[in-house]
Design a protein around this ligand. Sequence first.
Ligand SMILES: NC(=O)c1ccc[n+]([C@@H]2O[C@H](COP(=O)([O-])OP(=O)(O)OC[C@H]3O[C@@H](n4cnc5c(N)ncnc54)[C@H](O)[C@@H]3O)[C@@H](O)[C@H]2O)c1
Length: 468
Amino acid sequence: MIIGSKYIRDIMSNLKINMNNFEEVKKSLNSKSLRVCVIGIGRIGLPTALSFAKSGLQTIGVDINEKLVEDINSKKFPLKDEPGYEDIFYDVLEKKLFSATTNIQNAVSNSDLILLSLPTPMDENNIPNYYALTTVGSQLSEILIPNSLVIVESTIEPGFIENEMISIISKSGRLKIEENFSIGVCPENANPGEILHDFTNLPRLVGGINQNITNIITMIYKYVFSVNLIEMKNCKTANAVKLTTNVFRDINIAFVSELALMFEKLGIDTMQVLEAAKAKYNFQVHYPGAGVGGPCLPINSYQLLNTARRTGTKLSIVESGRRINEAMPDHVIKLTLDAFKESQIPIEKSKILIMGISYKPNVKDIQLSPAKDVIKKFQNLGSIVHIYDPFFKSTKIFGINVEDNFENILPKMDAVVIVTGHDEFKQIEISSFTKIKSKILIDTRGVIDPNKIRNTNLIFRGLGRGKN
Ligand SMILES: NC(=O)c1ccc[n+]([C@@H]2O[C@H](COP(=O)([O-])OP(=O)(O)OC[C@H]3O[C@@H](n4cnc5c(N)ncnc54)[C@H](O)[C@@H]3O)[C@@H](O)[C@H]2O)c1
């Protein structure tokens, strides 16, 4: 049981800043006496905690991952692909402004501001799973010191705070919303790999349980991040904006992917179409590819579809978008089979090198990556799949040992399939690919310029490009 004694809680609540009081919070920022607790210190939560610590505020990170906590406290930086944060990490550890713990009760009891950066994944049936948030909400119900402020940064459906989180935190009967605890949201919208840049440049959405809390959250985030804050009327509107922007991308990628399938048949180069279309002031470019993965877009579409189900609404365009994006790995297989047919070798027992397994370029992240699907489909066809990805060297992913060097292995490969458009791949000379044993090169991300293929003996298929 995680309940401390009432006596200790009462003392703590006397010591703490009243997070419902604008002037008190302002003073605590100026004197740097505001104490911050970030629960969930993963991809987003750790940089968030480091940013709060960098601003001079005492910050503690809480996580159930013991190894992560141990690594952080022994100065091992876990996010090597987040430029800028490694230096901040060492600096705030050195200044003793940041540490990590698995002990949520101690951390929460000694904090004024509680940020939740917990995962919001979905299950195998694509149903959003808010278990981490509801679990921590129940814990907060027992341990939150009165007059604290909880800010949910996780991506949630509109209405989740109002309909679920408040009642979960209130259920012990110790805490009453707007009386002795407050809540708001500041949905995170950074791109993995560019989090420092995004945290310090992109505007953030703020929604509080009332206008006073919205003002307080705005003040805190302005203090820490110096970015524009867009104040929304309430939590649900802020969460609706976050989902709208991401689902917009999921749908647009589906749109260009579907176009790419048709342009291939017409012999039209989709990349050329998109380059020209970009010139139109109101066209926002998205690119086709092997599918859409990552911790956000697919889940966010299913979150919105879940909201639609709950409210008896139909979001048919979101449904179609998902269907198209989820079918793109099949198209990668189709292109590859077509190339194998041309080369007159069977795909069974062939050796295929998958280049890039991250769900998007230049990040070390395979969450819901379409590469997993593509690999499985090749394996089902009897191919022996190898992997090269500069972000995953000397490790085993999807049960396959990742190659350390792609050039050495090319002469043993029948085909290379580029699944992620890492910048490193754009630097590779076409002459390197001509070393592929059976000369099959499939580009699903517009990395290879088809003009450069013309004078080679490569059997090339580019997604959305048509035959060369
Ligand atoms: N990664 C992104 O690109 C991104 C971008 C914007 C928003 N988001 C959103 O931010 C939220 C966090 O995502 P993330 O990518 O940082 O996830 P993550 O999986 O990298 O990190 C979440 C952390 O929470 C910890 N955790 C899980 N359950 C816990 C519990 N009960 N108590 C304490 N810690 C717990 C995990 O161990 C993990 O370290 C999600 O809602 C996500 O949708 C993510």
